[in-house]
Design a protein around this ligand. Structure first.
Ligand code: ADP
Ligand code: MG
Length: 617
């Protein structure tokens, strides 16, 4: 018998190793954006098509590469960022492992164009399966453009693991946002299938955060800013009334690197104790800066988890800093908790903020340990929140309403319905003719251009808000069925349905259990045509069971989501002028007309100035 161990060819070894770094288009987005940041770019553009499955391209105006480096960059362990292991603890760059480009080149088709300021000509390199297939000179501005095409074209099994375009796009936006939030003085844009989704001018940190989270946050942020010899923390936490029932806008950055840390998250949550309902999550964007020797960023291939030299100090510091910020905010007169009963009933809110309470906050041991003079971790005593800002020049004032197109998932429905101000910057021109395309899209003239409404997604939003209101009190009318319909259900399904009966009744479905344990439909919502109610209920059970287990929505919320998806008019259905008009009116009567509950856009807006630009006018 011969020996059986052999070395893997490079390209296969690279493909395997790539699995750690590049799992999906969004991983490449992260790596390429970070490389552009490391290259000192002040402008970084990200272009994707087909949710990054067909193309991820990053164009930067950074320092570029020499012709030799342009090829070398794709070798495994090729990096310009560290020389030896000690450098790991002095890291100031985002990258250092020298793996990203090699990984990308192993699992996609890559084209690189790059030029340094001192060079006349740019280099063009084309790579496939880890092999250079073309290298030549070309002309290009100073900076770098890297295109990654057809991710996993040579690893079909992994390509099959990619999720729907909506899901992959969500991941891409997450990564984009994380980098963009860490570097507010760099211009970033994200263009998806030719449509610009984000356009983030360089500016202050607060401007950047508001650009990304939406201008409704403008007046809802409390600034956090503490400095010590050991570490600094700055950024913002949302006022208590921005807390949500689902984990939403929570961001931690350590030395400008986005990290996930359940531990630090806990520190922030406890700082909010008593100010927000138990089952809700505060929003925050917090930046911790400390000596790189105090953190090990090399514990995870994508560097999203890190290890602190002294975790306890960081925990206590974060908690104290947030408490301090909240305490200052609470004495400020602008206290404004509107509408949310949960919150209004909390002592911290309903009773005036007494000096006692202030002392209680300030008297806590942790707070003391950070706020007393002579301590290493001294926190400067009270200054009016928001007046002394070191890290941002100006407060963001009115701006365009850049609602993140997909934060639907992260919002509590009641909050959304009750709190979100109706921003209606677009007006559909009344009585104008509406045009239906492919029985799916509706084109409507607006005061500033036109918009393209997706009928199914738009209707889903309309129904979602209608059912949400119904489920939270405004019960919907029921029409009694002339002939009650018996459902034939498996025992488990019957049990599930019985559980849902009260909630179903709120949205207009009247079900009853008969003596012989059958469930019978007695009535259906008044605005639904009778005929397929049986089908609708069965479909509901099916959808309800398969509702993604990871999402912790309440039963009602799931029901409302299932029902609105199910009952929405479908793409492919012809609509009359009247129906289209009603749909659009209903849509813009919604509190969040622009997205579906799951975060897809319901319409695209084409403004005149954009059209003019496209036509070169
Ligand atoms: P790392 O970032 O860990 O060093 P990468 O594989 O991401 O490894 O990149 C390898 C090298 O290629 C980098 O160290 C850098 O020198 C060079 N490089 C990559 N992207 C760019 C870019 N956009 N501009 C200039 N140089 C780049
Ligand atoms: Mg890198």
């Amino acid at each position: 018998m011969g020996d059986i161990i052999h070395l893997l060819p490079d390209n296969i070894a690279n493909q395997i190793a790539a699995g750690e770094v590049i799992q999906r288009p969004a991983s490449a987005v992260k790596e390429l954006l970070e490389n552009a940041v490391d290259a000192g770019a002040t402008q970084i553009k990200l272009l994707v098509s087909d949710a990054g499955k067909a193309l991820v391209q990053v164009i930067d105006n950074g320092k570029g590469m020499s012709a030799a480096d342009a090829k070398m960059a794709f070798e495994r362990h090729a990096t310009s960022k560290i020389q030896n292991i000690d450098d790991l603890f002095r890291i100031k760059t985002m990258g250092f492992r020298g793996e990203a480009l090699a990984s990308i080149a192993a699992v996609a088709q890559v084209e690189l164009k790059t030029k340094r300021a001192e060079d006349e000509l740019a280099s063009f390199v084309e790579i496939e399966n880890s092999r250079v297939v073309k290298q030549e000179s070309c002309s290009f501005q100073t900076g770098t453009s890297i295109s990654m095409k057809n991710l996993f074209f040579n690893v079909p099994a992994r390509r099959n693991f990619l999720k729907s375009n909506a899901a992959e796009m969500r991941h891409i936006m997450d990564e984009f946002i994380r980098v963009a939030m860490a570097f507010p003085d760099i211009f970033f844009s994200l263009t998806s299938n030719g449509q610009e989704v984000f356009h983030l001018e360089a500016g202050s940190l607060k401007q950047r955060i508001v650009q990304i989270l939406g201008s409704s946050y403008n007046a809802k942020l409390v600034s956090v800013n503490e400095e010590t010899d050991y570490m600094n923390i700055y950024g913002f936490v949302g006022k208590p009334d921005t807390a949500r029932k689902t984990r939403g806008d929570q961001y931690f950055f350590v030395n400008n690197r986005f990290i996930k840390s359940a531990y630090l998250n806990h520190a922030v949550n406890t700082a909010f104790d008593g100010m927000i309902a138990k089952d809700s999550f505060p929003s925050y964007v917090l930046y911790i800066d400390l000596d790189p020797s105090q953190v090990d960023i090399n514990v995870h291939p994508t560097k999203q988890e890190i290890k602190f030299e002294d975790e306890k100090i960081i925990y206590a510091f974060v908690q104290a800093a947030v408490k301090h910020a909240l305490a200052q905010f609470s004495i400020a007169p602008s206290l404004d908790f509107t509408l949310n009963a949960d919150i209004q009933n909390l002592d911290a809110v309903s009773k005036p903020f007494t000096t006692d309470k202030k002392d209680a906050v300030a008297g806590s041991n942790l707070f003391k340990s950070f706020s007393q003079k002579n301590q290493a971790h001294f926190i400067e005593s009270s200054h009016q929140a928001g007046t002394e800002l070191k890290h941002w020049k100006s407060f963001y004032s009115a701006g365009d309403d850049q609602t993140k197109p997909s934060d639907g998932n992260t919002q509590d429905p009641v909050q959304q319905l009750l709190h979100t101000p109706k921003t209606r910057s677009i007006e559909v021109i009344p009585d104008s003719v509406l045009l239906q395309l492919h029985n799916t899209y509706i084109i409507a003239s607006t005061n500033s251009g036109f918009m393209l409404v997706h009928q199914q997604l738009a209707h889903e939003r309309v129904l979602y808000e209608r059912y949400s209101l119904a489920a939270h009190g405004q019960k919907m009318a029921t029409q009694q069925s002339l002939f009650p319909i018996a459902l034939e259900l498996a025992p488990a399904d019957a049990a599930l349905l019985q559980d849902l009966m009260p909630d179903l009744l709120a949205i207009g479905y009247q079900l009853e259990k008969t003596d012989d344990n059958q469930i019978v439909i007695q009535g259906i919502p008044a605005d639904i045509l009778p005929g397929n109610e049986k089908n609708a209920i069965e479909l509901l059970i099916e959808q309800f069971k398969h509702f993604s287990a990871e999402v912790k929505f309440s039963k009602r919320e799931k029901l409302v989501r299932c029902m609105s998806r199910q009952q929405a008019i479908k793409a492919g259905q012809a609509l009359t002028q009247k129906e289209m008009m009603v749909l659009i009116e209903d849509l813009f009567g919604c509190s969040s007309p622009n997205i579906t509950p799951t975060g897809s856009p319901t319409y695209l807006e084409f403004k005149e100035d954009y059209l003019d630009r496209m036509f070169g006018r």
